[in-house]
Design a protein around this ligand. Structure first.
Ligand SMILES: Nc1ncnc2c1ncn2[C@@H]1O[C@H](COP(=O)(O)OP(=O)(O)OP(=O)(O)O)[C@@H](O)[C@H]1O
Length: 297
């Protein structure tokens, strides 16, 4: 059984809003991304995982326990960063984090200090006086320092500047190295691409694709773009039977899709042609998702 299992989860808010017949599995030790536009259903799904919402249909199980019926027990395994952070009370960030570590029964203040330093958080500030970014950092420190087995995070980098986002990504990698299981929603393709093992794409409350990021990172099908010096060369190359795309006759440019195993043949063939340039077009995760949304995948 997977560490986190969502089976046929449905929460129908009417007028096609909510989540519908959603199923996914997260293995222990995975970083699992959850990507979709605003209103797609990410937060609703995550709230079910935390046991805050009761499903209309279906189940969420975490480590074999029903996330709704056994929510108190499940929370022993889980650290959570909500999408909207509102700290209760009037304490400093430091006191809040220490309290969370205490409640977790496992956490580590020394590690918290390390993360505070890395994120350059003024933890002495009162949580009520904190900016959005400071609140986000406080939530991140407390989630990481609580040393839970599972981290569930709803758009955890909201409010962080790009430098802090990079530090956060590095911290995530450290958590993964410790064997933590991480589920995070995001709309920032770059961060998802960098850290996630698998990514589910959600649209209109339904999962429309689950991508193994290895297929994107280590895709053996490559696309190269080239421009020819003469129309004769351009036409001659077109007659060789390669898989061509975006052929622009006026610019003498085209893209070729080719498997790595055929690259030597291409290089041999190209010796006979005069080129202006030749470059690889990298397929990013964003390109892939755009194709999924356009129905091309
Ligand atoms: N309590 C509720 N009552 C009625 N509709 C709701 C409720 N909660 C969420 N919805 C609707 O369900 C859909 C999914 O919302 P959800 O907040 O899960 O999306 P999201 O992907 O997290 O979006 P965002 O990135 O904007 O937070 C939206 O259309 C939203 O308006």
């Amino acid at each position: 059984m997977a560490y986190i299992e969502i089976k046929h989860l449905t929460k129908d808010y009417g007028k096609k809003r909510g989540i519908f017949d959603m199923s996914l599995e997260v293995e222990k030790g995975e970083i699992y991304g959850f990507v979709g536009v605003n209103g797609a259903g990410k937060t609703t799904t995550i709230r079910h995982m935390m046991g805050f919402l009761t499903p209309d249909e279906g189940t969420v199980t975490i480590n074999g326990l029903d996330a709704n019926k056994s929510s108190a027990e499940v929370k022993r395994y889980v650290s959570y960063i909500p999408g909207e952070i509102n700290f209760p009370g009037n304490s400093t960030g430091e006191d809040f984090i220490k309290n969370q570590i205490y409640l977790s029964g496992r956490g580590d203040w020394e590690y918290a200090e390390n993360v505070i330093d890395q994120l350059q958080l003024d933890a002495k500030a009162n949580v009520r006086a904190m900016s959005k970014g400071m609140k986000q950092k406080t939530a991140i420190v407390s989630a990481f320092a609580s040393d839970a087995d599972i981290l569930i995070m709803d758009e955890p980098t909201t409010g962080l500047d790009p430098l802090m986002r990079d530090i956060f990504i590095e911290l995530l990698k450290e958590e993964k190295a410790k064997g933590k299981t991480i589920f995070m929603s995001s709309h920032i393709f770059q961060e998802v691409e960098e850290v996630c093992d698998r990514v589910a794409i959600i649209r209109d409350g339904m999962i429309i694709d689950v991508i193994d990021m290895k297929d994107i990172r280590y895709n053996k099908m490559k696309t190269y773009k080239m421009e020819f010096k003469s129309i004769e060369d351009f036409e001659h190359f077109r007659s060789l039977g390669y898989d061509l795309h975006r052929v622009k006759v006026d610019d003498l440019q085209l893209n070729i899709m080719i498997h790595d195993q055929d690259i030597n043949r291409l290089i041999q063939d190209l010796k006979n042609f005069n080129l202006v340039y030749f470059k690889e077009i990298k397929v990013t995760f964003e390109d892939y998702v755009t194709q999924v949304f356009k129905g091309e995948k």
